[in-house]
Design a protein around this ligand. Sequence first.
Ligand code: ZN
Ligand code: ZN
Ligand code: ZN
Length: 385
Amino acid sequence: MDRRHLLSDQDENPAPQYQSVPSSGPVDPNQPEAGGATAPPADMMDKVPGYEGIGIGGYDLPYQGPPQAPGPGSPGPPVGDWRIPSISEEVAKEAFLEYAASKCCYSKGPAKEMVFTDLQAHNTYRYRLETFTESRSTKWASEPYTGQIVDGYMGVPPGPWDIAVSFPTLFQDNKKEVRVPHTSSVKGCHSCMSLGRNPCRKCVTSGMMQCWVCNGSGRRFSDDRCSHCNGLGRVRCTSCAGVGSSTCGTCQGKGQLLCFIKLVVKWKNNVFESVIDRQSGLPMDRISSVTGETMFTDMSPVVYPVTGFPDNAINQSADRAVKEHQAQYFSSCRILQQRQTIELIHVTRVHYSWKEKTHIYFVYGAEHKVYTDDYPAKCCCCSIL
Ligand SMILES: [Zn+2]
Ligand SMILES: [Zn+2]
Ligand SMILES: [Zn+2]
């Protein structure tokens, strides 16, 4: 049957196509596939050259392609003015007022009346390495056969890494599914024995089910005839409308499936991030949420770790990051692009006095976020009581 289809249908469409399986936008790789079509058993599939070991699962394939090594060395960070300015008192005060206003239980008094005693710069650097990788896996897939091109025996399927798939925006996770050329064939549907319909489970193909009003007795209140089933005790099955069977969900009633190898291409932006701890007292996890001032960006298919940055901790982070990502991704994935950035993150420790007591707060990031754990006048609403 399959061969007949091959001979009749496909000869009119000999051009091999890299057909993209519909997939809209970024897809959560952990989500089950939509459509609900169950995959046919692997042992019913043909042997496809180059894809002999393929199962239903789909595991990431080791990268096979040109070696991935750094290109010409990048010039390294430019020599510039690395002196670090501090924020002004006006900016510090404004940020503190906004902070107090954002908390419903904080009195604005301290923020308005405080007197600065010291502003200390504890600015720090954030190093970030992004490695944008592509990984590929293959698996058997199927869809209802409705006359699609069947190209199973028309040529040799290209290897999984030989299929050209254009990649989406750099440094953004994404996923695409592509039908591997020369792997499709038509098979009878395994779910319905190629019948296109499955027996109704609710009525066991009878088309009738027990009347739920009289529980099958045909009578109500001892001897009144049940009006719902006219005394029959049985009514038409609501699940199959009395037919006794329902359309097969796997083949959508077609009785046949187009089976093919699906190539799943996943793009992932892997990020290594490190912030130098200046022991300023500001919890380090706060810094991950703010923006810094970009001082250096280097983008290349494979980057060299930054060297020669005035703060050696950054050079060390870069070295570690590049080595870690090379060990993690270079043998298993295709590296599309790497980017390393160094950001300056402003952190100012503000000392002030209010009502003859001294306190501190931090202003950090381009957003001028405020952090403090000893705001002197919390719960103004409660203190009125
Ligand atoms: Zn009844
Ligand atoms: Zn039924
Ligand atoms: Zn079916």
